[in-house]
Ligand binder design. Structure first.
Ligand SMILES: *Cc1c(COP(=O)(O)O)cnc(C)c1O
Length: 410
């Protein structure tokens, strides 16, 4: 048990990943526990952005599509992400946002299961996932039906009409990590496809899409992958579905030969069929740096340290802030890299912490959420953050009007 700050210092001193901290550009005086919402910038990403802008965009201009690997960038970066999620390089590409990729793959799942019309999802999952499915359902009329079931009842709800389920692997609010292998197998036994959202998993916890026989997946580039605000997202289609899957956003870059400039869309035979338009080169450049950084870290050490950081936070909060109720699973293996607690004054508490340089976030109605990154969070920072939290709770420092006014983004 880490019961003093010196114990936390000893953990930092023995940390095999400690050197990664210096790879990030983090401001002094801030304990950043929100890499699960917006990963901080790798220093090398800032350099790469100015380099790409100045010499590729600026000097080489349009020639860069051929000479600087711009055209292949989505597949190249997707191939690297594959190494973090248990996929083959040609099963992953980078495009659009998570929301748009979910739309394409949910429609794609319906195309792979003709005759089946239902998409099953869980109540309380990340809003965009449910909203996108709702929009797809409205567009498709009686050819697509959205069934939202209570948490934990997904598998039972899958029936002979189900084309696919959609589920976030690590829940954005509770941090609950669902059993990817078990749920995928149960759905497939009923003939349905598995579509996983890895937004809170990629770069955070071990993911083995092919080991779990997953069919489809999407995920976010700007959270644990440190791709930068609004970074493009990724998508995965299992090899066995490539060539067969169809998606409705049939833009020219999903065409088999974009530069044949044909009137009629002929989908590419590979993962490129899942893409639509021109890739965002500057954002891809920054994202690639984040991915490279993750790939250079020992995954097992990262998983172990992520669990240890969040275990420490849970233990210290339980000992020192009994007013807060743990809302995440207790076992590290059943969680992602963030930990949630509830308190009726959660919003104001988070604001009071941010005013003191401890950055976490709040999720309505009453969740305080803190994320722990094995690449840049120190054990002493966990200790110090709980010190500040305990002070805020004991003094009721959050009980001030300025901390209660809601900003647009929480
Ligand atoms: C963050 C997140 C998204 C983000 O979607 P955008 O299209 O990038 O806004 C989607 N799904 C989940 C589960 C997320 O956590």
């Amino acid at each position: 048990m880490t019961s003093t700050r010196a114990d936390a210092q000893a953990l930092d001193a023995a940390d095999p990943l400690a050197r990664f901290r210096d790879a990030f550009d983090l401001p002094a005086g801030v304990i950043y526990l929100d890499g699960n919402s917006l990963g901080p910038p790798p220093k090398a990403a800032l350099a790469r952005l100015s380099e790409t802008a100045a010499s590729e965009w600026g000097r080489d201009l349009i020639r860069s599509w051929n000479t600087n690997g711009w055209m292949e960038a989505p597949l190249r970066v997707g191939g690297k992400i594959a190494g973090l999620i248990g996929a083959k390089p040609h099963e992953v590409t980078v495009a659009d946002s998570t929301s748009v990729n979910l739309f394409k793959l949910a429609a794609g799942a319906l195309s792979l299961r003709p005759g089946r019309t239902t998409l099953v999802a869980q109540a309380g999952d990340f809003p965009t996932d449910l909203h996108i499915l709702q929009g797809l359902g409205e567009l498709m009329g009686d050819r697509a039906r959205l069934k939202i079931v209570p948490e934990g009842e997904l598998v039972e709800a899958i029936d002979a009409d189900t084309a696919a389920f959609v589920l976030t692997h690590v829940h954005y609010r509770s941090s609950q990590r669902w059993d990817m292998a078990g749920i995928t197998a149960a759905a497939q036994a009923k003939g349905a496809l598995a579509l996983w959202d890895l937004s809170h998993s990629a770069g955070a916890v071990a993911v083995d899409l092919n080991g779990c026989n997953a069919d489809l997946a999407v995920g976010c580039g700007y959270k644990h992958l440190n791709g930068g605000p609004g970074a493009p997202a990724f998508l995965f289609v299992a090899e066995r579905h490539l060539g067969a899957i169809r998606q409705p956003l049939t833009g020219w870059l999903g065409h088999a030969e974009p530069f044949a400039f044909e009137d009629v869309h002929r989908p590419a035979p590979d993962i490129r069929a899942m893409t639509t338009g021109t890739p965002p080169i500057l954002s891809l450049a920054a994202l690639e740096v984040g991915i490279d950084l993750h790939l250079s870290a020992d995954r097992a050490a990262a998983e172990a340290k992520g669990g240890a950081l969040s275990d420490l936070f849970i233990a210290l909060v339980a000992a020192r802030c009994p007013e807060l109720t743990l809302a995440s699973p207790r076992a590290a293996a059943a969680r992602g890299l963030h930990v949630s607690h509830t308190h009726p004054d959660g919003y104001a508490i988070v604001q009071a912490l941010i005013a003191r340089g401890v950055i976490g976030d709040f999720r309505a109605p009453d969740v305080l959420r803190f994320g722990f990154s094995p690449l840049f969070t120190r054990f002493t920072e966990v200790w110090d953050a709980v010190e500040v939290l305990a002070e805020v709770m004991a003094s009721r420092a959050y009980d001030r009007a300025e901390f209660r006014a809601r900003a647009a983004v929480t």
